[in-house]
Design a protein around this ligand. Structure first.
Ligand code: TXA
Ligand code: MG
Length: 345
C-alpha cells in the first residue's frame, strides 16, 4: 500500500518526480499528477480506468494567473469578462471554469477538446502542495496539477483519504505515489463546472456554487447547443454509482413503501438501507445509513453513506433527497442521486 503523509512538501516532491498523489480538496479527494508530465498523466488515467477522451481539470494556486492568457505558461487562450467575474467571486473555491485552451493544454489533458477546465482549490493542503512545488522547483511557469476525483471511473467519489485509498490504493505504485491526508472534505460533492467558452455561462455540472450564484455574478445562461456542447463524463446517465442499487423516494412514506416492496421481492432485512434527512423516520428492519440535518450536511456525507452501504453488504438503498427548495446545494445532490440511481449499462 502507498504511504500516507500529512506533509504537503512530501506530496509536492512526489508530484515533481512523476508520482501520483491522493490529494484532499474542499470538494472531494483528487488523484493528482503534474499537468505537464504526460507519462504521469497517462498513469493517472490507467489507475482510474478512465477513457482517454474524458478530460481532466487543471488545478493551480493563483486565481489571477489562472485566467490570464498573458501569464507565463498560461493554460488559457482567452477569458471573457463574465468568466473573470466568476473567478474573482468564487476562487479559491469549488468552481471549475472551462475556457479556450492555450497550447500548454495538450490533448492528453483536454481529451482533444479545444477548451480546458481549470480550478483554484481552496483546501489549505492542496494549496500548500502547489506552492511547495513552485518552491522546490522554481524554474519556469507556476506548477499545475491535474486532479480527477479519486475513484475508479464511474464510481462514487472519495471524501476521506481512507476512501481514496480503498478506491485506488491497489492501482498505485508504492515506490513513488503517496496519499496526503487532509481530513474529511468540507463540501462533499465535486466542483460546479461552468463552461465559459461560448457567449455566456453554462453550468455543465451543478455543485455547491449554484446556478443562481452563477447568474447573479456572470449574467444569463447561454443555452446548450447539441454538437458544440463539451463532453462531461459526469453527464453520463450512470455515474457516481455504488455497487448497491439506488432508488429515490420522494418522502418517508414512499421510502417505507419502497422498502416493503423490495422485501416482498425477496431481499432480506440486512440488505436494505435508508439515506434520508433527519426529519424522515427510521423504517423497521431497514438499516439507517445517515440522517443529515441540513442540505450541506447531506452533501458532506452522501458519498460515505453510499460507500458504507457497500461495506455492509447492503444491496438496495432507498434515498429521500433533501427538499430542493431548501438551499443551494440540494440541486447538486439531486443530480448525483439521479446518476447514482440510473440504470447501469
Ligand atoms: O471538485 C472537483 O472538481 C474534483 C476535485 C478533485 O477537484 N475533481 C473532479 O474531477 O471532479 P473529475 O475528473 O472527476 O471530473 C471533472 C469533470 C469531468 O466531468 C470532465 O468531463 C469535466 O470535468 N471536464 C474536464 N475538462 C473539461 C473540458 N475541457 N470541457 C468540458 N468538461 C471538462
Ligand atoms: Mg469524477
Amino acid at each position: 500500500m502507498i504511504p500516507t503523509t500529512t506533509d504537503p512538501r512530501a506530496a509536492a516532491q512526489a508530484l515533481l518526480s512523476g508520482g501520483l498523489v491522493l490529494l484532499p480538496t474542499e470538494t472531494v479527494y483528487g488523484l493528482a499528477a503534474r499537468a505537464d508530465d504526460p507519462r504521469a498523466v497517462a498513469r493517472l488515467y490507467a489507475a482510474k480506468g478512465r477513457p482517454a477522451h474524458h478530460p481532466v481539470i487543471v488545478h493551480v494556486a493563483d486565481p489571477a494567473g489562472a485566467i490570464d492568457p498573458d501569464a507565463p505558461g498560461s493554460w488559457v487562450a482567452s477569458c471573457p469578462g463574465f468568466a473573470r467575474a466568476l473567478a474573482e467571486e468564487f476562487w479559491p473555491g469549488p468552481l471549475t471554469l472551462v475556457l479556450p485552451r492555450s497550447s500548454r493544454a495538450t490533448d492528453d489533458i483536454t481529451g482533444g477538446q479545444e477548451a480546458v477546465a481549470i480550478r483554484v482549490p481552496a483546501h489549505p493542503r492542496a494549496r500548500e502542495v502547489l506552492l511547495a512545488m513552485d518552491e522546490l522547483d522554481p524554474a519556469g511557469a507556476p506548477h499545475a496539477i491535474v486532479a480527477p476525483s479519486a475513484n475508479r471511473f464511474g464510481r462514487v467519489s472519495s471524501t476521506t483519504v481512507q476512501h481514496a485509498l480503498d478506491e485506488l490504493g491497489s492501482a498505485l505504485d508504492d515506490g513513488r505515489d503517496v496519499a496526503l491526508d487532509g481530513g474529511p472534505c468540507d463540501v462533499g460533492l465535486e466542483s460546479t463546472i461552468v463552461d465559459c467558452s461560448a457567449d455566456g455561462p453554462r453550468v455543465l455540472r451543478p455543485g455547491g456554487i449554484t446556478a443562481a450564484d452563477v447568474v447573479r455574478v456572470a449574467g444569463a445562461m447561454t443555452s446548450l447547443s447539441g454538437s458544440s456542447a463539451p463532453r462531461v463524463p459526469g453527464a453520463l446517465p450512470s455515474h457516481y454509482a455504488p455497487a448497491a442499487r439506488v432508488a429515490i423516494a420522494i418522502d418517508g412514506e414512499a421510502a417505507a413503501a419502497y422498502a416493503e416492496a423490495v422485501t416482498e421481492g425477496g431481499l432480506g432485512d440486512d440488505s436494505i438501507g435508508l439515506l434520508a434527512p433527519a426529519n424522515v423516520a427510521d423504517i423497521p428492519g431497514v438499516a439507517r445509513l445517515a440522517a443529515p440535518d441540513t442540505s450541506e450536511d447531506y452533501a458532506r456525507i452522501l458519498y460515505s453513506a453510499l460507500r458504507e452501504a457497500d461495506a455492509r453488504g447492503i444491496e438496495f438503498v432507498v434515498v429521500v433527497p433533501p427538499p430542493t427548495d431548501a438551499d443551494g446545494i440540494a440541486a447538486a445532490i439531486a443530480d448525483r442521486l439521479r446518476r447514482a440511481s440510473a440504470p447501469r449499462t
